[in-house]
Design a protein around this ligand. Structure first.
Ligand code: BDP
Length: 692
């Protein structure tokens, strides 16, 4: 009886606090009696420092979070007394912050957060609050934290009209029409969320950049956003269109070597800094997917990037020049960035950094690492990840991306021998980098839960955490995120963490296992269309360009006998990938055209393994539903049901992927689909493919 009563009370309490996800991982839920008593004993007073907007934020954030978690309003005191949280500016700490418990006979216990500036104190404060949200022990702290990358940046692909390219969580957060007169409380919430995970930069607009973004009118609007972000340590950057001198400035050309063009950019930089004194710099997509660039004038990426770099240099701005280039004529798109950029190594201005996607094609569910990592040793390089799930199921599907990020960060390039992982090739450890940075294409929009799928918040979160510390494991980050976002109950965390850990691999399995890539539906990229063949379209946008299915087998031959993309990697990786026997099976079809009857490591044929992988993916999606169904007791109804319904869609679409790909590939393999348990639920006709 008592149990039933308790259950009813518990459910009522949960329902009272129905959640829409808008508070992200900063919910500061009331802690258990025991834990909050302990925290109240350790901290009873805050000794704030007050010299900036940021230090005010720190005090406010800590006081209100502490009160939410423990029910106690802390005292403020100018004098350091016992049981006090103390802040210290210590210029000796070059980067990051420290948090230490100090025991002093006179003044008792205090927790000291020290850093060289207010922004790092803010990071330290969020760290302490994270520990408390996770019910951690704060009585004996000795934490020293330093960021792996200096610039930890979100890239928004947001357009002037409020749409977001590849955005699946509503419209843009930036309301350009109302700016600068009218701001939006969400600008502050956005900045706060980013600061809580150490993100310190944001590119506000799409890489497919409208020149208008650097017009005076828009700079005034952008300055307003920058003013709000500044106190949270977030710098604003903009994507620029290489044709701006002609399109915006009315010049007859945008040739980077033209004197007038050079003057135009210098004047533009001066104007930008007059509005935004701490402007971060430019992100540039040039000579890529139809965008203008220096090659239009017979010049090189170096000419283009250095032109902008020189304009920004007097003000400390940087240029993030993207290496995402490929040509319809190229026989292997995966090779082009390396071919174009390697000859330019060492020729870029010192405030240029080359922004390189994690893999050589385009944010696929799985790619090998980009061959430029470790190879361009005289130019700073930064990794670009995609947080928004363009190719991993939009905001319809649960795919926790930390395993993908970690896989890239920890992939060995062998550039300086074993252990030369991508992270070390880009964070200044192995090569001198005048700039260190990392970027993630944002998945935020104006949906109330920010990211469309509640679990997509974890991808924003894990990007920030890995940008700060690329040695964190994806499991550790999932644990933090789940505790803060949902619940500290082990019975909830353990199965859900397992689901998160397996989710990206599940997506790989039911979409593109064994190294397949780009089997996506035309343009929007949701769903399978391996048969797609539009005669007038770019061949390198057609799935058959990637899978190369024929009567013999499946996969893209990138070995020495094929496109020889393997030669762009350092030995022994080049040989490992080149040999079918040593090539990791999860990248097999990326590097090899493999006969349908080829025997893989488990003794089964390629065809059998392919079928198995697709089926594994479907089964994993079903398993996620079962895991989630059991969590109802632990969390609020609103988020429970939201995720539950999304998981239904995920399973339905996993089956669609499996059937579409296997039925299509079966027309080449001409072998039965050997699932033991079930048959495809679709037919090719139903999938709307009568001929291909
Ligand atoms: C592709 C997207 C496209 C982007 C492009 C890029 O489909 O919308 O503009 O990447 O990164 O993945 O520039």
């Amino acid at each position: 009886m008592k149990n039933i009563l308790l259950f009813i009370l518990f459910s009522l309490a949960i329902n009272l606090f129905a959640e829409d996800g808008s508070r992200l991982w900063l919910r500061y839920e009331l802690l258990s009696e025991q834990i909050s008593e302990n925290y109240k004993q350790i901290i009873s007073t805050v000794c704030p420092i007050t010299y900036s907007e940021t230090t005010k934020i720190i005090t406010r954030e800590f006081l209100s979070a502490f009160e939410d978690m423990t029910g106690k309003r802390l005292n403020l005191s100018k004098k350091r007394t016992g049981n006090c949280l103390v802040f210290l500016i210590d210029k000796k700490i070059e980067k990051g912050y420290s948090i230490q418990t100090q025991k002093d006979n006179k003044s008792g216990i205090s927790i000291l957060i020290a850093a060289a500036d207010d922004i790092n104190l803010l990071y330290g404060t969020f760290h302490l609050l994270r520990l408390m949200q996770m019910q951690g022990n704060i009585s004996d702290l000795n934490i020293v934290e330093k960021p792996a990358y200096d610039r930890r940046i979100l890239n928004h692909w947001d357009n002037i009209d409020g749409t977001i390219e590849r955005g699946y969580a509503g419209r843009s957060l930036w309301n350009w029409e109302d700016l600068p007169e009218k701001s939006d409380p969400r600008y502050t919430e956005y900045a706060r969320a980013n600061a809580s995970i150490g993100i310190n930069g944001t590119v506000l607009n799409n890489v497919n950049a409208n020149p208008k973004f650097i017009s005076r009118e828009y700079l005034i609007k952008t300055a307003e956003i920058a003013n709000i972000f500044r106190k949270w340590g977030i710098r604003v950057y903009l994507s620029v269109n290489f044709s701006s001198p002609s399109e915006l400035g009315g010049l007859p050309t945008s040739d980077p070597l033209n004197k007038e063009v050079r003057r135009w950019w210098k004047e533009k930089a001066k104007e930008i800094y007059s509005f935004i004194p701490d402007f971060g710099g430019f992100l540039v997509k040039a000579n890529s997917e139809g965008l203008p660039g220096p090659q239009d004038f017979g010049r090189t990426h170096v000419d283009g990037a250095n032109l902008l770099a020189e304009a920004l240099e007097p003000y400390g701005g940087i240029v993030m020049w993207r290496a995402f280039v490929y040509d319809a004529k190229s026989t292997d798109r995966a090779k082009q960035a390396y071919d174009e950029f390697m000859p330019l190594d060492g020729r870029f201005h010192k405030n240029v950094i080359i922004q390189v996607k994690n893999g050589p094609i385009d944010f696929q569910p799985r790619e090998p690492l980009h061959p430029l990592f470790g190879a361009m040793q005289k130019t700073p390089l930064m990794i670009e990840f995609q947080i928004t799930q363009e190719y991993l199921g939009f905001s319809k599907q649960l795919a926790y991306l930390a395993p993908l990020y970690v896989e890239c960060l920890q992939s060995d390039t062998y550039a300086k021998g074993k252990g030369s992982v991508t992270a070390k090739c880009t964070d200044g450890t192995l090569f001198p980098q005048t700039i260190t940075a990392i970027a993630g294409v944002a998945n935020t929009g104006n949906d109330s839960n920010w990211t469309g799928h509640h679990f997509a918040q974890a991808n924003w979160y894990c990007f920030g955490r890995l940008a700060w510390n690329h040695e964190l494991t994806s499991e550790h980050i999932a644990d933090e995120w789940l505790r803060m976002t949902f619940s500290n109950e082990t019975a909830f965390i353990e199965p859900v963490k397992r689901m998160m850990a397996e989710s990206r691999e599940a997506v790989v399995n039911y979409m593109m296992p064994l190294g397949l890539a780009h089997l996506f539906a035309w343009e929007h990229h949701y769903g399978p269309e391996p048969w797609l063949n539009i005669p007038d379209a770019r061949p390198d946008w057609m799935p058959s360009y990637y899978h190369k299915a024929d009567a013999i087998g499946l996969g893209f031959d990138r070995t020495h006998a094929g496109s020889n993309a393997v030669s762009q990697y350092f030995p022994p990786l080049s040989t490992i990938y080149d040999q079918i026997e040593t090539c990791p099976e999860n990248l097999l079809l990326w590097f090899h055209h493999v006969p349908w009857n080829y025997r893989m490591q488990n003794g089964n044929t390629l065809w059998e393994n392919l079928c198995r992988k697709y089926q594994d993916g479907v089964e994993a999606a079903r398993e996620f539903q079962k895991i989630w169904d059991k969590t109802a007791f632990f969390i609020d109804k609103e988020r429970f049901e939201h995720v539950q319904s999304k998981l239904k869609v995920q399973t339905r679409d996993a089956i669609w992927w499996r059937d579409a790909c296997l039925l299509y590939f079966q027309t080449f393999s001409r072998q039965p689909i050997p699932y033991e348990q079930e048959r495809p639920v679709h037919t090719l006709e139903e999938l709307n493919v009568s001929k291909f």
